[in-house]
Design a protein around this ligand. Structure first.
Ligand code: C2E
Ligand code: MG
Ligand code: MG
Length: 264
């Protein structure tokens, strides 16, 4: 075993303890901004792990290790319970805000997932439309009737469904016609050089046009500068998220920004 493998093993095995410990896992919240009004319209919950030995571990170091195992199910439930609490806090602050959580195909295939989510919403009396699930691997999803069925049920309940990281890999655009989603999140890889590259500008322009034609809400991820914002606005992209606006924040800061954004 080399160092990396040992760390991976320790992270995989440490996750159950982390879930029970109460002071290792936490969430940060990255604001989503309406590109036309400039107002904050939602937040994405992003997981962080303060590991007793390894310190701050980024999600890409442990989520992929477990995303296709059953370990992901209690983890996602924990995130949804936190998200429900956060929805209540935004409402208490006078700013009802959509909170997005990341889910994996394994979650959507799990038979208990829908019932667990519904129980959380009901117990905390949460309006379903204030919760959004961001899912990856849409092509995989479309092949699995169980996952598709869960998405369809979630949407019937009023939960918003977003397709994350759109355009990050090979995408067969034909499947867009069948996607049970409300929101498409354009990956940072797709939009990062539209300000400097005419080719990617042409692709993003046409893509947004097409997604608008299908009636999706379009969110651009990973926006880092003003020229990119200006172009996306001109192309009729609705929402933006990225370091240019805000990095992932502590909840109190996200709530304060939301209140300031509403007042301005
Ligand atoms: P994602 O869902 O696509 O989240 C966006 C990622 O891009 C976040 O990284 C965010 O911090 C980063 N980001 C935001 N704006 C910018 C920008 O302007 N420039 C750049 N370079 N990056 C930006 P993070 O927090 O490290 O999360 C990485 C991935 O880990 C997420 O990608 C998501 O797939 C996964 N993840 C995070 N939290 C969870 C979770 O609770 N559950 C699951 N299943 N996956 C999660
Ligand atoms: Mg996401
Ligand atoms: Mg993404």
């Amino acid at each position: 075993f080399d160092q990396d493998q040992r760390r991976q093993l320790a992270l995989t095995h440490g996750l159950s303890a982390a879930l029970e410990s109460d002071d290792q896992l936490y969430l940060l919240y990255q604001p989503k901004i309406d590109l036309h009004s400039g107002k904050m319209v939602g937040v994405e919950a992003l997981m962080r792990w303060k590991h007793p030995v390894y310190g701050e571990v980024p999600p890409m170091d442990f989520i992929p290790l477990i995303s296709q195992t059953t370990l992901i199910n209690p983890l996602t439930c924990w995130v949804i319970r936190e998200a429900a609490r956060v929805i209540q806090q935004f409402e208490a602050a006078g700013r009802p805000t959509v909170v997005s959580v990341n889910v994996t195909t394994t979650n959507l295939i799990d038979e208990a997932f829908y019932d667990d989510l519904l129980a959380i919403l009901q117990a905390q009396q949460i309006e379903a439309s204030l919760l959004e699930v961001e899912c990856l691997e849409m092509e995989e999803l479309l092949k699995d009737p169980r996952a598709l069925n869960t998405l369809t049920k979630l949407r019937a309940l009023g939960v918003r469904v977003a397709l994350d990281d759109f355009g990050s890999g090979y995408s067969n655009l034909n499947y867009l016609r069948r996607i049970p989603a409300d929101v498409i999140k354009l990956d940072r890889a797709l939009i990062s050089d539209i300000a400097t590259d005419a080719g990617s500008r042409a692709i993003v322009f046409r893509l947004i046009q097409m997604l608008n034609h299908f009636g999706f809400e379009i969110v651009a991820e990973g926006i880092e500068d003003q020229p990119t914002v200006d172009l996306l606005k001109r192309y009729n992209c609705h929402t933006g998220q990225g370091y240019f606006f805000y990095r992932p924040l502590k909840l109190a800061d996200a709530i304060e920004i939301s209140q300031r954004s509403a007042a301005s």
